[in-house]
Design a protein around this ligand. Structure first.
Ligand SMILES: [Zn+2]
Length: 388
């Protein structure tokens, strides 16, 4: 063995060590932002591609509703994920699988979603009927609207034991629909707002025949606990629209319309609640002190900041709208008060949603030792320690 080869080997090893060293030592640039805590909201949007698997949905002359809805749903999700900050998209299906009607709202509720969008294609006995319409949950004003809901709900008849699963609801009997008029109208205003924005996009950007925002009793909208809409993107029974619904351009345009409506809707909510995407100047991490809930130093935990004040507030439930687990963080001559204490970021996000009605402007912060960390940095660190 010659020394030359040996040296060569050592050299190679040294290079490997150097590369490993740089990989582990150099901090990733994305987490080195020193912006402090941003007043950001994180959102979940559930996109529901109608039908699928055993259930083809409405049939056109050459295509099936389930394929059209899947293509548009996936594109819509892609647009949203790529273009809206801090949003997670969840699909009720991403392929041609069968999903029970009742499981679709459950997926959204379990994810604590902020929006639920069910995507469909319409059916009519006449080939001449065309256009797009968006439904919100409510009492159908006329027979035509009721029939759309009846057709969409009829999917449940394909499921085993549907009568038990759907509490005796008969999708084909108009009497069954009375129960829907008793539904709470908590999200009606927001749902109408989103539906109106979708129709505006359809009409103005992609030149669809606008059949307006409508109401009817859809099972998928009935049980969701968030603003929800059902979009009938066009009639698969109209030859022009069937072609449009199956074309790449048509699907792109429809998906981008739904995405734009979501973006405008979220922007409007944020501007109403005063959310700023700018740097938060008073969140410098110098001289932070922390009292209240005991913290394990060294561990990152997540809390929900509910108030900030120049004067000290005594920590008792009466002073925090009944919340008991409050931590005080003193930084930059201000007292910040945060509720809850979670090892997991998503638990904190869910908790923020739970207290949304009493503290609508609350937001999640990351705390380590006695310091508030920039959220991005905290999530990066957390991810690294979980990997190790
Ligand atoms: Zn449908």
């Amino acid at each position: 063995m010659s020394t030359g080869i040996k040296n060569g080997k050592d050299h190679t090893v040294n290079i490997y060590i150097a590369i490993l060293f740089f990989l582990f030592i150099i901090p990733p640039t994305i987490s080195s932002s020193a912006n402090g805590i941003k007043n950001e909201k994180y959102r979940v949007i559930v996109i529901d591609a109608g039908h699928g698997g055993k259930d083809p949905g409405a049939l056109g002359s050459r295509s099936r509703e389930k394929d059209v809805t899947l293509a548009i749903a996936l594109k819509t999700g892609e647009y949203i994920q790529q273009n809206i900050k801090n949003v997670t998209v969840i699909y009720t299906r991403k392929d041609d699988s069968t999903v029970d009607l009742r499981d679709r709202p459950k997926i959204a509720n379990k994810a604590n979603a902020d929006l639920f969008i069910s995507i469909h294609a319409n059916w009519a006995s006449s080939k001449n009927v065309k256009g797009a319409e968006t439904y919100i949950m409510g009492h159908a004003k006329d027979q035509a609207n009721l029939e759309v809901a009846m057709n969409e709900n009829a999917v449940m008849l394909r499921e085993d034991d549907y009568s038990t699963k759907y509490e005796g609801f008969d999708p084909k009997s108009s009497e069954s629909y009375i129960m829907f008029s008793l539904t709470q109208k908590v999200f009606q205003e927001q749902s109408t707002d989103l539906a109106t924005k979708i129709q505006k996009q359809f009409r103005e950007r992609v030149n669809r025949n606008d059949r307006d925002v409508k109401q009817a009793g859809f099972w998928v909208l009935y049980n969701t606990k968030m603003p929800s809409v059902l979009v009938e993107t066009g009639f698969i029974t109209n030859p022009d629209e069937e072609q449009y619904l199956n074309s790449k351009d048509g699907q792109d345009y429809l998906a981008s319309s739904i995405f734009r409506a979501c973006r405008d809707y979220l922007n409007e909510i944020d501007s109403k609640s005063g959310i700023s995407w700018e740097k938060n100047q008073d969140s410098d991490q110098k001289n932070d002190t922390l009292t209240g809930t005991s913290l394990q130093t060294g561990e990152i935990s997540f809390m929900v900041q509910v108030t900030t004040s120049v004067s000290k507030t005594e920590i008792k439930p009466e002073n925090f709208k009944g919340l008991s687990e409050i931590t005080e963080i003193y930084t930059q001559n201000r007292f910040k008060y945060a509720a809850g204490n979670f090892p997991d970021y998503y638990e904190a996000v869910n908790y923020r949603k739970k207290i949304d009605t009493i503290y609508p402007d609350a937001f999640v912060i990351a705390v380590k030792g006695n310091k508030i960390l920039p959220l991005q940095q905290a999530l990066e660190q957390k991810r690294k320690t979980q990997k190790n």
